[in-house]
Every structure is written in C-alpha cells, then in structure tokens.
Design a protein around this ligand. Sequence first.
Ligand code: FAD
Ligand code: MG
Ligand code: MG
Ligand code: MG
Ligand code: MG
Length: 548
Amino acid sequence: AGSFVAYSDSQAETSTPNLDLAQKDPKKKRIVVLGTGWAGTSFLKDLDISSCDVQVVSPRNYFAFTPLLPSVTCGTVEARSIVEPVRNIVKKRNGEIRFWEAECLKIDAANNRVMCRSNIENLVGNREFSLEYDYLVVAVGAQVNTFNTPGVKENCYFLKEVEDAQKIRAGVIDCFEKAVLPGLSEEERRTNLHFVIVGGGPTGVEFAAELHDFFQEDLVKLYPMVKDLVKITMVQSGDHILNMFDERISSFAERKFQRDGIEVLTGCRVLDVSEKAITMKNKAKGETSSVPHGLVVWSTGVGPRPLVRDFMEQIGQRKQRILATDEWLRVKGCENVYALGDCATIDQRKIMEDISAIFKAADKDNSGTLTVKEFQDVIEDIVIRYPQVDLYLKSKHLMDVTDLLRDPEGRERDEVDIEGFKLALSHVDSQMKSLPATAQVAAQQGAYLSHCFNRMEQCAENPEGPRRFRSTGRHAFRPFQYKHFGQFAPLGGEQAAAELPGDWVSMGHSTQWLWYSVYASKQVSWRTRVLVVSDWTRRFIFGRDSSR
Ligand code: FAD
Ligand code: MG
Ligand code: MG
Ligand code: MG
Ligand code: MG
C-alpha cells in the first residue's frame, strides 16, 4: 500500500499539463538537444546532469549504428540489431533527461526557443509544442543530396536511415520475384535484375559488395533460372571509386569489383532517373546514354536539412554551404547555440590572421626576435589552436616544429624576426581541410562538448582559455581536436580494406576479421553487441533470409 501511495503522489505532481515542460529547478541551466544520432547520443552519454535541465527532441526514439546499415540491406544483420532505444541511453542514475519523440520544425534563435511537432500517428491531443533553452545543441545530421536531379526522389532508393535499408531489402527480393514470373521475355528479366548504384563512396561501394555477396552466396541457389541475367552497375562521377581513401585501396576495390563482374562507370553524371531507365552522360566523351534498370540506389553524399537552412538564414549564414561553427563548436553569429556532427562544419581560423599576436605573445622578453626556446614554449598551444600546423609538418615530412624555423638553405637559426616567422608559417594554412561527415567525427564532437558543458562554470569566465592561442593548460577550455583512428571499406567476399593511422594500409581476408572485431566492440550496448554477433553467426551457418 505504501508504495501505491507514493506512486499516486508522484503522479499528482506531474499531471498538470504545463508542468511537464516547465523547469523543475529554476537555478539549473536549460539545455535542449536536437537529434539522437552519433553526435547527440555521444553528447548525452557523458553529460553530467546534476546542474542542468536537459530535454532531447528527435523524431526517432532510437540511435542507429549507421556503419552496419549496408549489412541490413541484404539481411546480413537485422535492423533491430543495430538500434538502441534512446530511453536506454538517457536514463541516468542521478536525475532525468526528458525525451520527446518529435521533429523540431524551427529554431527561433532570437527568442531562444524551438518549435516542435510530433509525427506519431493517431495522436489524441496537441501535436505541437515549443521549448525554451539557455543552450541549444543542434545535432540533427544531414539529409540525402539529390543535386535536384529529376526523378531521383520519386524513383530511387536511398541508404541513410534504417527504414531506407529495410526498403532496399524488400526491393531487391521483389526484383528477383518479378524476374522469375512466367511470360516475361529474357530482356524483361534482365531489366528487372539490373541493379544500379549511383555514388562510389564508402556507402555505395559497401552496398554493391553486400548485394554481390547476397546474390553469389544465397540467391543463386534459390533463383538458378535467372542467375546469368543479374547485373550490378556502379556509376561514379569522379575518376575512381573510394577516392577519399588511399590510392592503393581504391585500385584494390576497382580490381575486386572487376573480378566480381560489377561494372564501374567512372566519369559519368546521372541526368535523370525514370521508373524504367537511368540516363547518364559520360563526361569525357560527351555522350548521353539511357539504360533500363530494376532498382537504383542513390548514395552521393549529403546536404543540410531545411531546418538548418532556415536557421542559417536567421543568423546571417545565408551564403554558407553548411552551418559554420568556431573551433569550440559554437555556431557563428549565435552565442548560445552549439552544432556538431553532419549538420555543421568547423570554420578553422587561419594562423596568418593571428600571426603578429602569436609572435608578440611568444616573444616574452620583447626583443623583437624569437629564439628557438621561446618558440618551443608556445608551439604546443599553437598546434592545439591551429591543427593545420600538424598536418603541414606531416605533409612536408618534418619531424619537429622547430624545423619550421630553419633558414631557406635548411640551416638551423638561433632566432627569427617577425618577417622570418611569417615566412616560416606562410604555407601552413594551405593544409586546412574540413573534417569528414563521419560517425567518428560526430561521436568525438559529442564527447568533447559534454566535457565542456560539465566544466561550464570553470570555463564561463574564460571560454577560450587565458588568451586566444596561449596556455590552454590542464583546466582551460581547449578547442575541439579530432583524432583519426582510421577507416574501413568492406569489399565483399570476406575481404575488406583499411586505412589506419600512420599511413598504414591493409587489405584482404584478415582485414575483414579486424573489421568484425572492431564493429563488434564499437556497439553501444551489450544487447546490440550480442544481437549483431549472433546475426553474423546465423548468416555463416544458414545464409541470409531471402523472404521479403
Ligand atoms: P545522425 O547520426 O544522422 O543523427 C541525426 C539525428 O537527428 C537523428 O536521430 C535524427 O532522427 C534526428 N533529427 C533529424 N531531423 C530532426 C529534427 N528536425 N529535429 C530533431 N531531430 C532530428 N561513419 C563512419 O564513421 N563510419 C562508417 O562506417 C559509416 N558508415 C555509414 C554508412 C551509412 C549507410 C551511412 C548513411 C552513414 C555512415 N557513416 C559512417 C556516417 C555517419 O553515420 C554520420 O556521419 C553520422 O551519423 C553523423 O552523426 P550525426 O549525429 O551528425 O547525424
Ligand atoms: Mg545526432
Ligand atoms: Mg546515427
Ligand atoms: Mg561536421
Ligand atoms: Mg625574444
């Protein structure tokens, strides 16, 4: 009975409709988080909520482990095995993170408010609500980019969300069932079994490899009558597939696809996709051709969501291609809004813009020249503040930053003046590049930002450290630094390629086993880890499930 009373008491406390959005403790800072993907969940995971009031908005109440999405398209892994309920992630021992399954429709930056709408079907009551924030964390990711190519939205499959992967799985099986119906001509059967993949990036390549394996390992036995009619074509606008990887990997992939009979059309731009055919132009020859298809998967990169576009208009980033933040992930032109993951990019400051100030701060004795010792004292901070310095050293195969201070003949110098210093660093900014739109970047940014929020009070007075480029020390607020742990490209047939830090490249069967172990270990919970590993095991023993 006692527990029943306690239960009804707490019910009474929260039953007033307005109360569920109202703040429980007015002293706490209100944080609203948009999105529960890689960036959003990684932010929530380590966030200390004892001093803040956190609300999360996302139209999906789960986190999806996107690197395994291509495996879902052919049933190698089940969709349920790669998703984790958000509520498992946000439940915390020392308090509550409130989650609302809704889509944010508008960020009202001037009034520190977001407008949201629930899309749950058959909802009784009000769908729309707004939330006020002191800090907003935008982690809504990006959307597929069709480059406004006619017919793509209507006639292509995508590979971005879990539902997309499930649709592809059903679509592929449908193509086989269609192709074996009685009364079709051989040409019609061929068309139904022509699979086209637009985009030769990691996602497109991995899907092509999955599809080829699915066919070779499972479907060939179930549909032997059409086994010679299947064709996979990959269309890539650049000269090579996987062109963001090391050359060795990209040519390994091309050779493997050639052996597998996957046709790779490079230097081709898709002009139009209709229900029956795909039209493309060979850029070198200038020829246009139209090919009938059974199914097209469009995987050519991502662009900003309308929500983010609208926000950019509001805050004077109309001309930007993508939402820009500073190196602390704060949105430019909007003090209390942070953006991370695929929806934003860091606008890295150029070292040449600050060169005189850096020189002045380094020249502690005001002699007008910098000694090697003075330079060494500040270099660590410079490298943190301007990551391009490190990239520049690597690109020039320099071992040590002090090598920058050598004279043009390569001799060591005792000191440099401001002109010499400028000259030494003049090419460094050419190495600036924006971070890739990957889970690795998004997750590291989420972890970084929660770390900053957890120490917000210490950092409030000094958000950028004592000086812009100077002593960031142990307790001050460092800019975000990305650490690259390498990249995989599974290529099918139990083979994979990997690019690891330090210019390491590895390819073949053993790399596939490395892939299995890395992706098992990266699972967000033991539950999904067990599910994924048992899916793999099931596939090894019984093959993939070919029902629709
Ligand atoms: P997302 O993970 O996309 O999360 C966005 C979140 O915002 C979602 O929860 C979404 O529901 C929510 N949202 C959307 N609109 C709204 C709105 N209006 N209001 C509120 N919430 C909203 N990266 C790698 O590093 N390695 C890989 O192997 C790899 N493989 C990939 C394979 C595929 C098929 C795909 C599609 C991507 C892959 N990526 C990989 C890239 C990686 O998934 C993304 O870079 C990463 O998901 C970006 O994280 P994010 O949090 O910015 O966005
Ligand atoms: Mg996210
Ligand atoms: Mg995600
Ligand atoms: Mg980004
Ligand atoms: Mg000096």
